[in-house]
Design a protein around this ligand. Structure first.
Ligand SMILES: Nc1ncnc2c1ncn2[C@@H]1O[C@H](COP(=O)(O)OP(=O)(O)OP(=O)(O)O)[C@@H](O)[C@H]1O
Ligand SMILES: [Mg+2]
Length: 509
């Protein structure tokens, strides 16, 4: 490969090992200036690691990095920023109770003549950049009061404020609603037309087709080449990435629902500020069926799940699980009534990151004899048990001894949670954003797992912000808006447009 100033970024022969595990095996990357360049690869393929090397967070064991045709030794993020590289991480790093401006200038404060912080000047600069790129960000708003989409724009602003010419976005759309995604794609195009270069990691093939010029593919740490996006399509991208044909369409037989296992009546739940988020909601899920809840983030889904799991108190109404009332009890009680939950925020609820992978596979079951030696865990048994889950659910740890959960890639952490919850053989499975951050191959696998659980006789409540997912996987689709069910349909009797309208409140009056 030739080094040329036609490219904003070139990475040649990057080798990165973690202990004995090779995360990147001589990977190349060529990103033309003023383009949007996507990086595609399965969970654990090495995408984040490669970008962390470019941003100076990790050091490569071998290989070279060239910025605008010049060799660069990027040994720290400070050095990366100095060279015009900015990175927006998948998990935002903002200070919640600071304002937008305070967050943006944090660590890069502008000082006036007497060395005093010049907030006014900083605020004006932030506003100017926001206006230039149509971000529509209020410089005085507090982070905790603005939407996730806005917070992300603040992260991008922060990078631009530091003079970024090359922007790395690691799974920026995983947490956004469809209109926010559209806006982000618009912003990306605007940025490249004004001279910036963007590298984006995403699992959503549609977005690559809509936003990127070129796409580089990494498979298990090995560079598989790049494609011209104009000449590709979803099926082509998926099979290049996984190395086999992926079925993007969900295949399932008709459901044979039995008795009602989860029954919710006139449920009202308030959030921590005391505002009702779930309002007199009725919902039934029967054995052998998947009920999908379609809705935009923030319409009571989180409070509903928390109430079912007894993580928060309900104000009024009943939650019946297999004939038992479980509202306002304890998470342990709900679990003992054979309810398993795949939580939406894997870091907050799903895992204990500093603990070992093996300990994480039996979180709710530490007390059981199965894994116990008196009050101690039997690590041999645990090891064997974890191995069966790793095989069955295709979790890909790097294979070192005593591996911690924090060392797994995001998607593999998600698979580990699903493996654990399904292994409990629940009567009721609550799946809240079960495929968030997963690659298309893994999504296919999770959908098959949910359908297999259904066919075993479990009652499944699927809550997802991805409308396609709800429409493809559910037998019954309920729409939630402002904490109420505003429509209920059998699969195949409703289209995206009608659901979208209801989700936006178009059908409630
Ligand atoms: N700090 C670390 N210590 C040990 N192993 C690591 C570390 N960081 C990454 N790995 C391993 O390197 C591999 C690549 O991880 P990486 O996070 O780059 O994957 P990814 O392509 O971004 O995946 P995802 O789509 O799931 O985010 C994984 O197998 C992961 O377990
Ligand atoms: Mg990643």
């Amino acid at each position: 490969m030739e080094v040329s100033s036609e490219y904003a970024v070139q990475m040649h022969g990057i080798l990165k090992k973690f202990g004995a595990f090779t995360a990147l095996d001589h990977v190349d990357l060529d990103v033309k200036r003023q383009t949007v360049h996507a990086i595609l690869g399965e969970n654990g393929a090495g995408k984040t690691t490669l970008m962390n090397i470019l941003y100076g967070l990790y050091q490569a064991d071998e290989g070279g990095v060239f910025i605008n045709g010049e060799e660069a030794q990027i040994t720290s993020p400070t050095e990366a920023i100095r060279r015009g590289i900015g990175m927006v991480h998948q998990h935002f790093m903002l200070v919640e109770n600071f304002t937008v401006t305070e967050n943006i200038i944090l660590g890069d404060e502008v000082c006036g003549a007497a060395g005093v912080l010049d907030m006014k000047k900083a605020r004006e600069e932030v506003l100017a950049i926001s206006q230039e790129y149509g971000f529509d960000v209020d410089p005085d708003a507090r982070i905790e009061d603005i939407s996730v989409g806005m917070q992300q724009r603040v992260e991008i602003l922060k990078a631009l404020y530091r003079g970024a010419e090359i922007l790395i976005l690691d799974e920026p759309t995983a947490v956004l609603t469809p209109p926010e995604i559209e806006k982000l794609i618009e912003i990306m195009h605007d940025l490249t037309s004004k001279g910036k270069t963007i590298i984006i990691i995403t699992h959503k093939l549609k977005e690559i087709l809509e936003s990127a010029d070129e796409c580089s593919i990494i498979r298990r740490g090995v560079y598989m080449g790049k494609v011209d996006v104009k000449e590709s399509n979803e099926t082509d991208l998926a099979s290049r990435m996984v190395g086999r044909n992926v079925n993007l369409k969900v295949e399932k037989t008709k459901a044979h629902p039995g008795e009602v296992l989860l029954s919710i009546r006139r449920l009202t739940v308030a959030d921590e500020r005391g505002i009702d988020q779930v309002r007199e909601l009725d919902l039934d899920v029967r054995s052998g069926e998947i009920v999908g809840l379609a809705g935009i983030d923030g319409n009571g889904q989180q409070e509903l799940v928390d109430a079912i799991c007894s993580l928060i108190k309900v104000k009024a109404g009943r939650i019946m699980v297999g004939g038992h009332e479980v509202q306002n009890t304890t998470p342990r009680n709900v679990f003992e009534h054979a309810v398993a939950t795949i939580p939406s925020d894997r870091h907050r609820w799903g895992l204990v990151l500093p603990m070992m992978v093996e300990e994480n596979t039996v979180l709710e079951r530490h007390g059981e004899d199965l894994f116990g030696k008196g009050i101690m865990l039997d690590y041999d048994k645990l090891h064997e048990y974890t191995h069966t889950l790793v095989e069955r659910f295709d979790i890909r740890p790097s294979g070192c001894e005593q591996e911690r959960m924090s060392g797994l890639s995001g998607g593999n952490q998600q698979k580990a949670i699903i493996a654990r919850q399904v292994s409990y053989v629940p009567d009721i499975l609550i799946a809240f954003q079960p495929t968030r951050g997963l690659d298309v191959g893994a999504i296919e696998f999770v959908h098959k797992t949910l359908i297999a659980e259904r066919d075993r006789g479990a009652a499944i409540l699927l809550i997802s912000y991805e409308l396609d997912e709800v429409m493809d996987v559910s037998d019954t689709i309920d729409v939630i808006y402002h904490g109420k069910i505003v429509g209920s349909f059998e699969q195949g009797t409703v289209d995206e447009k009608e659901l979208g309208l209801l989700m936006a409140g178009g059908g409630s009056q």
